[in-house]
Design a protein around this ligand. Structure first.
Ligand SMILES: C[S@@+](CC[C@H](N)C(=O)[O-])C[C@H]1O[C@@H](n2cnc3c(N)ncnc32)[C@H](O)[C@@H]1O
Length: 325
């Protein structure tokens, strides 16, 4: 993997793709209030570091002293996340993959609210979070004040995240874990802060598409064996329900990153794999309006074009959030 003078390459391009879209969308005036201040803090802090660690500055510019000064003086480069062309890129993304901007905000919102509910609800046994394929997401950092949080991902991604994550209040436990090679129960048993006698919520956001069916079944079986009260919260993406164009642009997009999508699984297949391994589906969501009451959906007349795409366009077909116990 290419090393750059100031830092390192971002190992998972799909994780960076989700991060970059969400950190731009969450700043839109009508979307910002849907997320708590802690989520915004995570992205405000990581954006600054991401500029230095990631590939936002090309290696040629990084290597040259004069160019580095030019970079300092150029506002768009100093704060590339707020550059004027970013909304144009997002509009292009939504044109190629209609409904994707809705989808990104939808899944972050649904996950945040469900995790919050499972931690706060007095009837819920959950006291730990385990985030599989955590990428550059905010969940561990945001919830680590409320419970023990464990982030598992492949080794280069964990190394990258450790460099990126603000040290302030940092209580997240990181584990190198490759779901196709390592046993989940062994990985967690070697983690001194993890207590298998406590019920955990296992989160797989944008992760199960990259894991062979057999590995998914084995993961779920190990999760239930660790503790029968463990729960599972996942995104699910049935590519067969996407339009022809959507499917083409999604699959080609992943192919370009060099990451590999597994065989498409329909929702019934996921539910059945869950059921065979001790999990029952208890709740599911498919779009933003299901998460908001009528009053909290902002007035269309006041929305900019990106907000309209997020809040008034439909989610892509076949995308849902599934909660199993
Ligand atoms: C699409 S990204 C999603 C990241 C994050 N969960 C989110 O939604 O923002 C997929 C993540 O899964 C991780 N991943 C892919 N294959 C994996 C494997 N075999 N074992 C562990 N993690 C893996 C990647 O490194 C990446 O961080």
């Amino acid at each position: 993997m290419e090393q750059t003078p100031l830092g390192m390459n971002i190992p998972s391009k799909t994780a960076f793709n989700v991060y970059s879209k969400f950190t731009t969308l969450r700043k839109q005036p009508a979307i910002a209030p849907l997320f708590p201040a802690s989520v915004h803090s995570y992205y405000n802090l990581t954006e600054v570091k991401m500029n230095r660690l990631g590939r936002l500055i090309s290696p040629q510019i990084k290597g040259k002293k004069d160019a580095a000064c030019e970079f300092q003086d150029n506002k768009a480069f100093r704060d590339p996340w707020n550059a004027a062309w970013i909304p144009k890129l997002l509009a292009l993304d939504d044109w190629l993959l209609k409904g994707d901007l809705h989808h990104i905000v939808f899944r972050k919102l649904a996950l945040h609210r469900t995790i919050q509910d499972r931690l706060m609800n007095s009837n819920s046994p959950i006291t730990q979070l385990v985030i599989l394929g955590s990428g550059i997401d905010h969940i561990g950092w945001v919830f680590s004040n409320e419970c023990a949080c464990f982030e598992l991902d492949i080794e280069p991604m964990i190394t990258f995240k450790k460099k990126l994550l603000p040290t302030l209040n940092q209580k997240v436990h990181f584990n190198d874990f490759d779901a196709t090679k390592n046993a989940l129960d062994q990985c967690l048993k070697h983690q001194p802060a993890f207590h298998s006698n406590r019920a955990s919520l296992f989160i797989t956001e944008g992760f199960i598409d990259y894991i062979p069916k057999e590995n998914l079944a084995s993961l779920l079986s190990q999760i239930k064996q660790l503790n029968p009260e463990n729960e599972w919260l996942s995104t699910h993406f049935d590519r067969s329900l996407l339009s022809h164009n959507q499917r083409f642009f999604f699959e080609i997009g992943v192919q370009i990153t060099g990451e590999h999508l597994q065989t498409n699984l329909r929702k019934e297949q996921i539910v059945s794999i869950g059921y065979d391994n001790g999990f029952a589906l208890v709740n599911e969501w498919a779009n933003i309006p299901e998460l908001l009451d009528e009053q909290s959906i902002p007035n269309e007349a006041k929305l900019n074009s990106i907000e309209q795409k997020v809040l008034h366009q439909k989610n892509m077909n076949g995308c849902s959030i599934l909660h199993f116990k």
